[in-house]
Ligand binder design. Structure first.
Ligand code: G6P
Length: 613
């Protein structure tokens, strides 16, 4: 988390940095700050969002064609003006922005205090900039050498950019376990946590690798070295393929709403060139590459966090049901610390929208050490997970800006559905006719997602009725159980209503005690196989006077007659039901959050890209 930007060139840095920070605000919005060099260093920083920084700097000197900026998600030290980045060395010569955590900051701080350093903030970042200063002063080193020497002493994760007032024609950047991209323009360079602040200036980018330090200078261009041994690395220039309109709200009030409505297109984009029902084929390049190892795997282990973990749960149903390969789904943060059994015959699949989630990355490293094949399912092109895995597939959902994931979820589920179908075909675990039925229906899903979105007005009406409830329960069975979890997560993330997702039948073992006339219970009842069972569960809720909101298939009567409110979505084959049943739940959480006056795109305490453990 935290977003960082840097600029060096011939233009005014301020507008470039501010716009870049706004693009990166999804990574954290506890405070924002910038440093501009124009003969001297001007540093402005404020608690709160980038908009507050803009107001704060209205009357200030904003000149300078070199600068750095930061938007913070607090780890060490509460969100306030002093803890905001950039942080400055004691002599005022260096200023630095940081995304990550310096884990051994405490002993370094104690050592520096013994040397006379005085700290203003509670942050680990300030310790790092003082350490660089200490080394630079004692050993009389250039800024890049001092940064490199300091980084060799720290443990933890970082993406940093540093300005040295006495050597101001360059920016020094480095990364370990936090992302950093360098944009190469005409006589100018851009540095950012991801490509979104860069895309409108240049399409040529270099993704810094872990353990690399880069110097960008007006005179000498870009130079990259290894942090540990100082060896020169040849930069690999990528051409960005991203449309700038996708980074704008396009007339919607919130990015989340825009992203919900993009889903007919994003699901289609995910399938483009990978599926042809008429010709009867489905393919994924990443699977083909390692076909033998993947289809003969003993089992799949899926590691992910948050919404991506819910996609993983759906994949467990899909892959076991269709391809008959055992699947285990793990919270990445638990998996890596519990000494799991991983063998060379396992395939470890990481699912991650951002491709940067620290725990998911660490789970992959563990899997690699144990010799398993690793497969990444990511949205962000060129992200760390996409680069460290042996193989993988992008979901092609385009930039997702709203902190609550929507189109990335349906993109992941679409991709995992295709994966299950490819494997089922390869292994012969489903009949030809069922395979053809499924791929024909999969091609219809983008259109059906569009139809499901038509429930918006009905969902808005229901939102009005339940928006003041302090709690909500979401129930589903089979393929719809992970959807219940996802619906509950969406509601708590953006409206701050406590919500729980449960397997419908498991409700009897606890949550039923909570049900009374004030408890909204969202029941997802679109699966045909367990329909009668779900009807019984709905009756159990009704008997306790719970307020039932049922998501059902078009024309369905039994549950509609019992429920207080009904939302209809199109019929589909059972394995594809999550792609449709999640749509009303996304809309429900959106409308409730708006009605409660919440900032839908930037919910409190959350960040979209969790690059710390
Ligand atoms: C954060 C985000 C969630 C996301 C999760 C995993 O918690 O707020 O929306 O699902 O991280 O992120 P990833 O990028 O790995 O999918």
């Amino acid at each position: 988390m935290c977003g960082i930007v840097g600029y060096i060139g011939n233009k005014d840095a301020y507008p470039i940095l501010i716009k870049g920070l706004q693009r990166l605000e999804y990574r954290g919005y506890d405070s924002a700050g910038i440093a501009l060099f124009n003969g001297s260093l001007n540093i402005y920083k404020q608690k709160g969002k980038v908009s507050q920084l803009i107001s704060f700097t209205t009357e200030k000197d904003k000149k300078g064609s070199i600068g750095i900026g930061h938007t913070r998600w607090a780890t060490h030290g509460e969100p306030n003006d002093v803890n905001a980045h950039p942080h400055t060395s004691g002599n005022g010569r260096l200023t630095l922005i940081h995304n990550g955590i310096i884990e051994n900051y405490a002993p370094i701080k104690a050592m520096l205090q013994r040397e006379g350093h005085v700290f203003e903030s509670d942050t680990d970042t300030e310790v790092l900039v003082h350490l660089i200063e200490e080394i630079q002063d004692k050993e009389n080193l250039s800024i890049e050498e001092a940064v490199r020497a300091a980084l060799n002493k720290v443990i933890g994760a970082y993406a940093i950019v540093v300005i040295d007032r006495n050597d101001p024609d360059k920016l020094v950047a480095a990364r370990k376990a936090s992302p950093l991209v360098i944009g190469i323009g005409e006589g100018e360079f851009f540095i950012a946590s991801d490509a979104t602040p860069i895309i409108e200036h240049t399409k040529q980018v270099v993704y810094l690798n872990d353990g690399e330090i880069a110097v960008v200078s007006r005179k000498e261009g870009l130079q990259i070295k290894n942090i540990t041994d100082n060896e020169i690395r040849t930069p690999f220039i990528h051409e960005l393929d991203m449309q700038i309109e996708l980074l704008e709200k396009g007339g919607y009030d919130y990015f989340m709403l825009k992203e919900i409505h993009e889903q007919p297109t994003t699901v289609d984009d995910c399938m483009r060139g990978r599926l042809n029902a008429k010709e009867g084929w489905i393919t994924l390049g990443g699977l083909k590459e390692h076909k033998n190892k993947i289809s003969k795997a003993n089992r799949f282990i899926i590691a992910a966090c948050g919404t991506s973990w819910h996609s993983g749960l759906i994949a467990e149903y899909l892959i076991e049901d269709l391809a008959r390969i055992p699947v285990e789904v793990e919270y990445a943060s638990e998996f890596r610390y519990r000494n799991p059994i991983i063998t060379e015959n396992d395939v470890v699949i990481a699912i991650s929208q951002s491709g940067e989630t620290a725990d998911t990355l660490a789970a992959l490293e563990l899997a690699k050490r144990k010799g398993a094949l690793t497969y990444g399912i990511c949205n962000v092109v060129g992200s760390s997970i996409a680069r460290v895995t042996d193989s993988g597939s992008y979901i092609h959902a385009g930039p997702e800006i709203g902190v609550a994931s929507t189109k990335a979820f349906t993109g992941q589920v679409t991709l995992l559905t295709m994966m299950a179908l490819c494997l089922a075909r390869e292994k012969g675990t489903i009949s030809n006719s069922y395979f053809h039925t499924l791929i024909t229906e999969l091609e219809n899903i983008p259109r059906k997602v569009g139809e499901a979105l038509k429930c918006d007005a009905q969902v808005k009406y229901i939102a009005e009725e339940i928006k003041d409830s302090p709690n909500a329960l979401y129930l589903g069975r089979g393929y719809n159980f992970p959807v219940a979890l996802e619906g509950a997560l969406k509601l708590k993330e953006i409206s701050y209503i406590h919500a729980e997702g449960y397997p419908a039948a498991e409700m009897k073992h606890g949550p039923i005690a909570l049900i009374d006339e004030n408890m909204p219970v969202v029941v997802i009842a679109t699966n045909k196989s367990a329909y009668e069972k779900v009807v019984s569960n709905v009756q159990e809720v009704k008997a306790r006077k719970g307020k039932i909101i049922a998501v059902v298939n078009e024309g369905e009567k039994t549950i509609s007659e019992i429920a207080d409110y009904t939302i209809e979505i199109p019929h589909t084959e059972e394995p594809f039901t999550p792609l449709l049943s999640v749509i009303p739940l996304q809309l429900l959480s959106y409308h409730i959050a708006v009605m409660r006056g919440c900032n839908v795109d930037q919910p409190r305490n959350l960040a979209k890209s969790v690059t710390v453990e």
